[in-house]
Design a binder for this molecule. Sequence first.
Ligand code: FAD
Length: 301
Amino acid sequence: MAADAIRLSRAPLSPVRVSFEFFPPKSPEMEASLWEAINRLAPLSPSFVSVTYGAGGSTRERTHNTVARIVRETSIKPAAHLTCVAATRDEVDDVVRSYWAAGVRHIVALRGDPQGGLGTAYTAHPDGYATSTDLIKGIRRIGDFEISVSAYPEKHPESASIDADIDVLKAKIDAGATRAITQFFFENEHYLRFMDRARARGVSIPIVPGIVPVQNFRQTAGFAKKTGASVPQWLADRFEGLDDDAATRRLIAAAVAAEQVLDLVDHGVSDFHFYTMNRADLVYATCHLLGLRPRPEQEAA
Ligand code: FAD
């Protein structure tokens, strides 16, 4: 058996906690498929579900509406992503206040990408929050929110080094962040080494691995390139020749995700954040392998 093949016999799994990330829908059809995914995943009792904020604040209304509907219609706790991009501090503060008024108590606070696209220089709005650290301080002034932030096991593309990124993470924690969620990665070694370095530098908050089940290899590889996440050759090899074979790709994707999360469990990881891409099937299967089973009382309305 190849060294990196899935191991089929394992000791019983210790309990794990999961969270799910969705993006706000653009059309009634997308809204229907988002809610199908939420309804399928809600009975797995996620710690929270988060809803992203489009580049440049382009989804402000849609993110808010989605999060508010989760509050109204489900018993799961939502987290709203929020960025500093292209908005004044007053505008961002209004968004934060509207979340508080809607009953939302958890924000994923981010700087956001440069408006010119990844790879261009980031320019803060002259009257806006300049960094994620400033944003966190602003949120804290408004309400006692739980605040999650990003972390980059393979470093942020703009950052000089992983240590510089850990400095930024520490500044975000000093400002009030209580959890980090990582950019996705495929080699667990990147995450495990990052954890060692962060812990050695005194970071003690949870740093939850972000897991992306590979729904579409080409698309994921393209996205990874932009975000600085490396795509190992073994992953490309696993999807080789399957561009026109979606059914086999899905089976491979489930195997790859299972292999990744079960290896992390073996390394003592107990919390996972899934980038669902608004689809439940692969994430549901991966959670099942992690030992999670539906609890009917958590179902969305
Ligand atoms: P930060 O951690 O703030 O770091 C960005 C850079 O700022 C650093 O590399 C550093 O050079 C610089 N910096 C220097 N000093 C400081 C300081 N004191 N404090 C802070 N930064 C400093 N993007 C969206 O548009 N919408 C989303 O919903 C979204 N969700 C995401 C969720 C997760 C879990 C992750 C990992 C990323 C997400 N992103 C999202 C992407 C993110 O917006 C981009 O990666 C962006 O380029 C950086 O924002 P950040 O908050 O992650 O970066």
